[in-house]
Design a protein around this ligand. Structure first.
Ligand SMILES: Cc1cc2nc3c(=O)[nH]c(=O)nc-3n(C[C@H](O)[C@H](O)[C@H](O)COP(=O)(O)OP(=O)(O)OC[C@H]3O[C@@H](n4cnc5c(N)ncnc54)[C@H](O)[C@@H]3O)c2cc1C
Length: 392
């Protein structure tokens, strides 16, 4: 890629903005970056509707490595993304993730633990007694084990992280264009230009798909069959009068998750695959809390018998339906398209590593900091998926 190339990024959420910011930060890059984002309010963007939590406890080495890069970046984000001396405050806190297992889930927890420890993750397996001592508010009768992140896991303000990447990208010269991308003008195996809904075109040397839950549509314009679908996920906000000291982000064996947020809590539960249509409207199904989530909450934390719902929202996971992992890098058959898609509910925490990695592809033609090649699109063509078991 010539140093003075023009990079066109479709989607200005946390992923597109991180890519823009890291690309422009590279001293070897002398080109220009345009980010095409249709909605500067980000009303339906996943980055605005995220639970914005970060963990190291994954089942695949690549996701663990990305998590380690991510937490290191977030710890120094104030400086990394400061603009005109104003720090990028994102309110990172690290109370950990706690994955709970019944006897049936212990082998998976132990296997993940061995992988995580081999990669230097600060994580501990706790027997029910140790769980009760640390978290006396937790019901442990049916549990056989818990896996607790002792550092490097927690949550932050995702909206602030996205805005910080966007501000930093703009301060480095990125041009954000408010427009709906509508197609690619192709020239053989190359993309010559991005077509906008008003019929105008933006020419470029390299195009990046960072369109979140809508990424499959953009890829299809170039003939790339991207297995990414928009799947609705709900978050409920609740208050509880009884305290739960040192509460981490808890993942129940049922799949229910909850964590503190300010004076209250957030919680959610992914639906069964049989009840998870593409592109469901982003309306909240309020009955789901009473019917499904509340009983699970109260069974795990008896004090949650007395909760009061104070809010709720729904957003889209950009679900990679094949193996629940990011799809990053080139796509066969198109010479100048890069993908940064399919993060399946962990794209907020992965934005620093993905932003950096894609910037390295753009500027240097290969990864330099962290090798993201396991996430390449060609794994589908080789029928070699990287299945992530820990999808929350
Ligand atoms: C309820 C929920 C909870 C989550 N919890 C976590 C969590 O705890 N931790 C975590 O790491 N991740 C979490 N995620 C996932 C995370 O938020 C996403 O992976 C991440 O925000 C994806 O960022 P993105 O920039 O790819 O997508 P988005 O933020 O959706 O940005 C894509 C942008 O592309 C734009 N766009 C799309 N098509 C076009 C077009 N044709 N023309 C112009 N613009 C276009 C959209 O307007 C949008 O702004 C959660 C997501 C949800 C919904």
């Amino acid at each position: 890629m010539p140093a003075d190339s023009h990079i066109v990024i479709v989607g200005g959420g946390v992923i597109g903005s991180a890519i823009a910011s890291f690309t422009l930060a590279d001293p070897a890059f002398r080109g220009t970056v345009t980010v095409v984002e249709r909605d500067p309010t980000y009303a339906r963007a996943s980055s605005a509707l995220s639970a914005s939590s970060i963990r190291q406890q994954f089942s695949t080495a690549i996701n663990v490595e990305i998590g380690r890069y991510g937490i290191a970046f977030l710890r120094r984000v104030d400086d990394e993304l400061a603009v005109d001396g104003v720090p990028a405050a994102i309110g990172l806190t690290e109370p950990g993730y706690l994955f709970l297992a019944t006897a049936a889930g212990v082998p998976v927890l132990e296997r993940n633990h061995a992988l995580q420890r081999s990669l230097g993750v600060d994580v501990a397996l706790l027997e029910p007694n140790a769980l009760r001592q640390r978290f006396p508010w937790l019901a442990t009768d049916d549990l056989a084990m818990g896996s607790l992140g002792l550092s490097g896991e927690g949550w932050f303000d995702g909206w602030s992280l996205m805005q910080a990447f966007r501000r930093k990208a703009r301060s480095r010269g990125a041009r954000y264009v408010e427009a709906e991308a509508a197609g690619f003008a192709l020239d053989g195996e190359r993309i010559a230009a991005l077509t906008l809904a008003d019929g105008s075109r933006i020419g470029g040397d390299l195009f990046v798909n960072a369109a979140g839950p809508w990424a499959a549509r953009i890829a299809a314009w170039a003939g790339v069959p991207l297995p990414v679908r928009a799947r609705r996920r709900q978050v409920f906000v609740f208050a509880c009068p009884a305290p739960t000291p040192r509460c981490p982000l808890v993942i129940d064996p049922s799949g229910l998750w909850f964590r503190p947020e300010g004076a209250g809590y957030l919680c959610g539960l992914s639906p069964d695959a049989s009840n998870d249509p593409d592109d469901a409207p982003l309306d909240v199904d309020h009955a789901a809390f009473d019917d499904t989530l509340w009983p699970l909450l109260a069974a795990r934390v008896p004090a949650f018998e007395a909760v009061r719902v104070t809010g709720a929202w729904a957003g889209y996971y950009e679900l990679n339906t094949v193996d629940h992992n990011g799809i990053v890098g080139t796509a066969a058959g198109v010479a100048n398209l890069l993908l940064a898609n399919g993060f399946s509910g962990h794209g907020m925490q992965q934005a620093p590593a993905i932003g950096r990695g894609v910037a390295e592809l753009i500027v240097h033609g290969g990864y330099r900091t962290l090798d993201l090649s396991p996430l390449a699109f060609d794994r589908f063509e080789r029928d070699a998926p990287i299945v992530e078991l820990n999808v929350v």
